[in-house]
Design a protein around this ligand. Structure first.
Ligand code: BG6
Length: 505
């Protein structure tokens, strides 16, 4: 069912046997995300008996070294995969290895032999779990070795973010990839789109007729999209110093989620129909003028503080971070979508590291009821809210106001809760969903070249303005005490949602 991405939500379709080639197989992404996701797919019988996982590494490993490596990583990141010896043996049988330098054409000849080891049809998924500076050389060599040619099976290339650092570099990268592969063969991963709750957003919006009349400027006051993380940057200073929270999260994940919230119903679930609608949202976004940046965007960097019980260092004291770094670890921005449906409705996006808790959610805050018959305050639910919780405890919640049982007319907020913990189980990880989709040829959850370029163009004025700044406000780690954050919601009802974890979350 090519093109119908959402088939995978309803019944897990088994993809054709595929050679999953991981460039950068000994790296962090491979061990933390890809190998566990593939093992999980194997567990659900979604890999197919003839699929293989071919690691590409530079070190002179043997196949048995690779098998032991995969075993050890799974033991750490997905122990169930190796606990059952027969099941682990079936995974181990799928493992193959190609050793060599990414610049060496001979390595690609070895890869070609490995792909054709079984003879017959050879589907291949090339996962570039390597720094973007290597993308071009790998794509060129694949093409030169005849490994982008689809005459004996599909050839799909999966590209991780960051997809460029600005519009010019994203265009350059698109041009390079498209020199060697057709756009239909390129899958740009945004793992947020693989999250179960994000996919549910589409179903919830377009499978429930009751929502459509409310989903517009007449009833919605504003929309908040928040991704709060309690962790710091860990070992990723090299990447993060050049990226910062805005590029790392807002330009990619949060703007993609925003496009799904705001788009019109697509004419079908075909990947390009969905992406056309997302693209229309991006093209309707209000242009940001350099002089507006200070009013619509806020950034800050974490200082020393306490997250939970742990005292944590300031960003500038993290390993490999410059003493005078002005990289933001928190960013928030207010966008407007100037179309019929959303005119005047703020979309406020925020994200940060070293905040109090790990909480991600979309909050649709509705307008107040037009007549104030009851005495409502913020605590007992002045505005209805529809919350899509992305993590933790994925699910949806609708906040309503009800009468407190008793003789007086006391009001209380009630929550209609549809947590996935209750309505479903065995939720796939984002990477599993996305790998499964690539194998099926379902591109709906992957960004098209024009979407990526458009989103870079939208945010360019903010990045340009911040690049000129020589200082940055700080916030104590473990808090949301961020200068200027509240002002972004000045004209909105109800203020920011509390992102701390609470008992009923
Ligand atoms: C990545 C960012 O894309 O997403 C990280 O580079 C961030 O900085 C991560 O921590 C967050 O993903 P998740 O799924 O844990 O919310």
């Amino acid at each position: 069912m090519a093109g119908d991405k959402f088939a995978s939500l309803i019944g897990s379709e088994r993809p054709e046997a595929t050679n999953i080639v991981i460039f950068g197989a000994s790296g962090d992404l491979s061990k933390r995300k890809l190998l566990p996701a593939l093992a999980h797919m194997h567990r659900w019988n979604l890999l197919g008996s003839h699929s293989r996982i071919i690691g590409v590494v530079r070190s002179k490993w043997t196949r048995s070294h690779w098998v032991n490596y995969v075993h050890d990583q799974l033991l750490h990141y997905f122990p169930e995969a190796v606990m059952n010896p027969p099941s682990w043996r079936r995974i181990a049988d799928k493992l193959d290895l190609v050793v060599g330098d990414l610049t060496d054409p001979n390595m690609y000849q070895d890869l070609a032999k490995a792909l054709h080891a079984d003879g017959g049809k050879t589907n291949a998924l090339y996962y570039l779990a390597i720094p973007p500076s290597w993308y071009e050389v790998v794509c060129k060599n694949l093409k030169d070795a005849g490994l982008s040619d689809e005459s004996d099976g599909f050839r799909r290339i999966v590209v991780e973010k960051p997809f460029g650092m600005d519009l010019a570099s994203a265009k350059d990268l698109n041009d390079k990839l498209q020199t060697y592969f057709d756009e239909s063969q390129i899958y740009r991963i945004d793992h947020y789109l693989g999250k179960e709750a994000v996919q549910n957003l589409m179903v919830f919006r377009f499978a429930n007729a009751v929502l459509e009349p409310l989903w517009n400027r007449n009833y919605i006051d504003h929309i908040q999209i928040s991704v709060s993380e309690s962790l710091g940057i860990g070992y990723r200073a090299g990447y993060y110093e050049n990226s910062g929270a805005f590029r790392d999260m807002i330009q990619s994940h949060l703007m993609q989620v925003m496009a799904l919230v705001a788009m019109e119903p697509p004419i079908s679930l075909d990947a390009n129909d969905v992406r056309d609608e997302k693209m229309k949202v991006l093209r309707s976004m209000r242009e940001i003028k350099p002089e507006d940046v200070k009013d619509i965007a806020v950034r800050a960097q974490y200082a020393k503080g306490k997250v939970g019980d742990e005292t944590v260092a300031a960003y500038r004291d993290e390993k490999n971070v410059a003493d005078d770094s002005c990289t933001e670890t928190f960013a928030a921005v207010k966008f407007y979508i100037d179309n019929w449906r959303w005119q005047g409705v703020p979309f406020v996006l925020r994200t940060g590291k070293r905040l109090p808790d790990r909480v991600s959610e979309i909050c649709i805050r509705f307008k107040e009821s037009p007549q104030k018959l009851f005495d409502l305050d913020h605590d007992n639910g002045r505005n209805n809210e529809l919350i899509f919780r992305l993590q933790p405890d994925e699910g949806m919640q609708l906040t309503m106001t009800a009468k407190q049982p008793g003789l007086s007319t006391e009001l209380r907020g009630v929550k209609l809760d549809a947590s996935y913990g209750i309505v479903g189980s065995g939720m796939p990880e984002a990477y599993e969903t996305l790998l499964h989709d690539v194998m099926l040829g379902e591109a709906g959850l992957f960004s098209r070249a024009d979407e990526v370029e458009e989103s870079w163009a939208i945010v360019a004025p903010i990045m340009d303005a911040w690049a000129k700044e020589t200082d940055i406000a700080t916030y104590p780690a473990g808090t949301l005490d961020i200068l200027g954050m509240d002002a972004l919601l000045d004209e909105c009802e109800g203020g920011w949602r509390d992102l701390r974890l609470c008992d009923d979350y």
